[in-house]
Design a protein around this ligand. Structure first.
Ligand code: UD1
Length: 343
């Protein structure tokens, strides 16, 4: 299929692009490089050994989106472009509503005008808030505590309304749990700007000496070792779920949600222990206070994705840590620095 990938230079977008190209699909990327690098796309081209189109444009630019939709005539869209820092969203809510919600509406208008009605959306398990029960299935009530989460909820609502208004739309809402890890080559991976908010990029920066120690945000939760428990999912598994979902939009109809996780939780200390084992690095740790807004535990019931999409996660925490370390050791300064060849 011809698939338009917004935010294709980002962490999950770039890994998905590799898997789409490997599966024989024809891709066109739209990105502003607001929080990503052209180098990621150059490396995807090398890894896939295939080319794809690219337009540097903002999803809020309706004319640019209309042009891309007209010229490339996508059969389906994988929509990753957006802002994603929870803390930042609290201070800059309007930027989040403008880029995430406004940008998605502008993109959808262009697609509707050009007759493309297959859409795969990057949603998040954050739409479940502090869960009522575990594992979390797709019927779990949705709620949120911050503007970033609200943009995900609002976009899900917009897409649900669109599918009611026009049954020709076929939409997959992919609710990601905690994506970590990198491509097995170590050539693409997660490259956050500034001090990482999320656990795995922080751990890899401790491993490469960019940060001194990991602060564990609380060890007094009601979990087996007191630290937070999350459903970490390998980004390559997540990327393959997008291929399955994009293909499903050609068969499915309406707007359907899918949890993307492994179905298993691992604690912060378990992840750190697995990372030490995979990397041979020490990873000093200090326990600090809880982080505001954090929940104790979250893991997915991924049965629906298995049943409907025919997808399930195959890679475990050991592979997540080994690949995250592979990327960090080869690219200690991310895409900005020189690439080291450890071979
Ligand atoms: C966070 C976001 C969530 C977003 C997701 C993307 C918050 C509150 N939630 O989820 O909306 O969809 O990222 O992956 O930011 N931890 C430490 N030390 C650190 C960093 C994290 O102990 O330096 C702990 C956290 O307290 C948590 C676990 O590691 O228990 C995972 O944290 P993180 O990677 O930030 O993911 P979430 O909080 O689950």
């Amino acid at each position: 299929m011809r698939i338009l990938v917004t935010g294709g230079a980002g962490y999950i977008g770039s890994h998905t692009l590799v898997e789409l190209l490997a599966a024989g699909h024809e891709a066109h990327v739209v990105d502003t490089f607001a929080n990503s690098s052209p180098e990621a796309l150059a490396r995807v081209r090398q890894l896939a050994n295939r080319d794809f189109g690219f337009t540097r444009a903002d999803i809020r630019d309706g004319e640019a989106m209309a042009r891309v939709a007209r010229d490339f005539a996508p059969e389906a869209v994988a929509h990753f472009a957006g802002l994603k820092a929870v803390g930042e969203s609290v201070g800059k809510p309007l930027a989040y509503f403008d880029v995430n919600v406004g940008g998605t509406v502008a993109l959808l208008q262009a697609l509707q005008a050009e007759g493309c009605r297959r859409f795969v959306f990057s949603s998040s398990a954050t739409v479940y808030g502090d869960p009522d029960y575990l594992p979390i299935d797709e019927a779990h009530p949705r709620r949120t505590t911050n503007p970033y989460g609200r943009t995900k909820l609002q976009i899900e609502g917009i897409l649900e309304d669109l599918a009611v208004a026009d049954p020709a739309w076929s939409i997959a809402l992919l609710r990601y749990f905690n994506p970590v890890g990198a491509h097995a080559s170590g050539r693409i991976g997660e490259d956050p700007e500034g001090i990482p908010n999320n656990l795995m990029p922080y751990v890899t920066q401790v491993a490469t000496g960019r940060r001194e120690r990991l602060i564990v945000h609380g060890d007094d939760y009601d979990t087996p070792d007191g630290t937070g428990v999350r459903d970490f999912i390998h980004v390559v598994d997540l990327a393959r779920a997008h291929v399955a979902a994009a293909e499903w939009t050609g068969r499915g109809a309406g707007c359907e949600a899918f949890n993307l996780g492994t179905g298993r939780g691992a604690s912060v200390l378990e992840l750190v222990a697995a990372f030490r084992a995979a990397s041979g690095q020490a990873i000093p740790v200090t326990v600090g206070p809880r982080r505001a807004g954090d929940i104790a535990a979250s893991w997915a019931d991924p049965a629906r994705a298995a049943r409907v999409l025919g997808w399930r996660a195959e890679l475990g925490v050991a592979e997540m840590c080994a690949s995250a370390w592979g990327w960090a050791a080869r690219n200690p300064a991310g895409y900005a620095g020189p690439e080291r060849n450890p071979d």
